[in-house]
Design a protein around this ligand. Structure first.
Ligand SMILES: Cc1cc2nc3c(=O)[nH]c(=O)nc-3n(C[C@H](O)[C@H](O)[C@H](O)COP(=O)(O)OP(=O)(O)OC[C@H]3O[C@@H](n4cnc5c(N)ncnc54)[C@H](O)[C@@H]3O)c2cc1C
Length: 479
């Protein structure tokens, strides 16, 4: 066994591969990077096909164009197979991202000598070989052990020189409850609650909401997608009504940068959502942090009543009730995601107590300071964990922060894999130019908890590289 000096971790070999958790856009990009460096690599994917999480929101159109959704090294591998790249200026749906890119990429990777993808393998544990988290001795010298489980419950172990956790956050949506736990009654009324963006172009799904009174909780781009979809549904079914529940006291800054948004499609989505509020079926309930969901006996027909935590003044005792929304038929929860660290309980992590993201990354991505969408490119230095050879990457590396972009993830894994391969110079280099969303105090890029405080913070290092705005600064709407 050889060790990489920079990370004090083992160097992958055929007997002791690099293991990547998740065959999503970032896990597969990591595998492409590893393949290009000749590293023996095993990808473990819980789903039965590549892009399993992206498929779940396959009907949603991305607001990044193709040119920002294809990893450069993956493209090189694909090109060698005769793959025809989609129009770089086109905007795919999640389904197209999978069919036209992730699935061919997985096939191309599997055809190489270096990469093996094992589908139907959920990672349920990572440990240092034969040691729990408390044993300090020899951690750098021993491999990591990955515990997996199939859908039928069969468990297996696999040893690895290094592990890149690119398992995303899609499978752990935040609950409706305003304090981060399920609201009282949330489990009992689960049959009326949907988490994520329903496919309203599917007639069976649309029928569930047509002509109904629907509560939508959340303020990110996913919530805006839902508002736009319900607004369109209301054109054919004018009785459809939407109550939009937001935690913040107003929605003026919730719609992104509009025409000024550097992410053009995101700006368009925000403008459409705004129209659904001003001219459509949507009414807004601000400062609403759901506390309870229960049957609304007065409305009948199994309708629901939602109650907010009371709005407390400083030092005030809790009042009985806050605001109330009644006669609700259906609830759609789009309040963001959180990472699952439960299966990393036997390895040493350094996570930010607020975001659940790598501590060294947290300041770079905190929505309170980066609501402008201005996140610096970063790599192994911020993502490596105290456990030698372990890295968090992709959507999961952002923890509860909402502003992850795939191209950020491509840069992350380029740097991580370089470090795993022992190429520290490449690992330390920054090779990415990120677009700025041009939004200040706006909603999170996708979902989640928009900041309650201002924007426009600066960070000391590394230097921000952005298009359209000065380094560390804000977009045109910055007050
Ligand atoms: C609705 C929506 C729209 C978005 N639009 C954009 C956009 O326009 N532009 C942009 O740049 N980004 C966008 N994003 C953000 C981000 O780029 C995507 O979420 C992207 O899919 C993240 O890739 P990932 O590989 O980190 O995670 P995922 O795509 O979530 O992939 C993780 C993979 O890991 C697997 N997995 C999970 N747990 C385990 C386990 N324990 N063991 C084994 N496998 C596991 C999952 O099955 C999945 O295949 C969007 C996100 C959402 C939700």
């Amino acid at each position: 066994m050889t060790t990489s000096a920079a990370s004090s971790a083992l160097t992958p070999s055929a007997d002791l591969p690099l293991v990547i958790v998740g065959a999503g856009p970032i896990g597969l990009a990591a595998a492409a990077q590893a393949q290009s460096r000749g590293l023996a690599t095993v990808v473990l994917e819980a789903g039965d096909a590549p892009g399993a999480s992206v498929r779940r929101w396959g009907h949603v159109r991305l607001f990044s164009p193709w040119r920002e959704l294809v990893d450069p090294v993956a493209e090189q591998l694909l090109s060698s197979t005769g793959w025809v790249a989609p129009d770089p200026d086109g905007y795919p749906t999640g389904g197209e991202w999978v069919e036209l890119y992730l699935a061919p990429l997985a096939a191309a990777l599997e055809a190489t000598d270096e990469v093996e993808i094992r589908f139907g393998r959920r990672v349920v544990g990572v440990a240092r070989y034969g040691r729990d988290r408390l044993v300090a001795a020899d951690r750098e010298r021993l491999p990591l052990t990955i515990h997996t489980q199939t859908a039928t419950g069969a468990r297996a172990r696999l040893n690895a020189a290094a592990v890149v956790d690119a398992s995303g956050t899609w499978t752990r949506p935040n609950p409706l409850g305003g304090d981060g736990y399920p609201a009282a009654g949330e489990t009992e009324h689960a049959d009326r609650i949907t988490y994520g963006i329903p496919d309203l172009t599917d007639p069976a799904v649309a029928a569930r909401y047509a002509g109904k009174r629907v509560a939508v909780a959340g303020a990110g781009a996913s919530a805006q997608n839902v508002l736009v979809g319900l607004g369109a549904l209301a054109k054919d079914h004018p009785e459809t009504r939407v109550v939009w529940l937001v935690r913040r006291p107003g929605t003026a800054d919730a719609f992104g940068g509009g025409d000024n948004d550097q992410l053009e499609q995101r700006g368009a989505l925000g403008s459409s959502a705004q129209r659904a509020v001003t001219d459509g079926p949507v009414t807004v309930m601000t400062s609403f942090r759901t506390s309870d969901i229960e049957l609304d006996e007065d409305a009948g027909q199994g309708r629901l009543r939602l109650t907010s935590f009371a709005d407390l003044g400083t030092g005030a005792a809790p009042a009985d009730n806050g605001k109330v929304v009644d006669a609700i038929d259906e609830v759609i929860v789009v309040t963001g995601f959180r990472p699952d660290h439960t299966w990393l309980s036997q390895v040493q992590l350094d996570l930010d107590g607020e975001l659940d993201a790598p501590a060294r990354l947290a300041d770079e991505i905190h929505p309170a300071w980066h609501s402008c969408g201005s996140v610096s490119p970063h790599g192994a230095d911020r993502l490596r964990q105290p456990e030698p050879g372990l890295y968090l990457a992709g959507m999961k590396s952002y923890g509860r922060a909402p502003s992850f972009l795939a191209m950020t993830g491509f840069e992350q894994v380029r740097s991580i894999v370089a470090e795993v391969a022992g190429d520290q110079e490449a690992a330390d280099r920054v090779e990415l130019v990120l677009p700025d969303s041009g939004v200040c105090g706006g909603s999170g890029l996708f979902d989640g908890a928009p900041a309650d405080v201002g924007c426009c913070g600066t960070s000391a290092e590394p230097e921000l590289v952005s298009i359209g705005t000065p380094a560390g600064g804000c977009g045109p709407s910055c007050g």
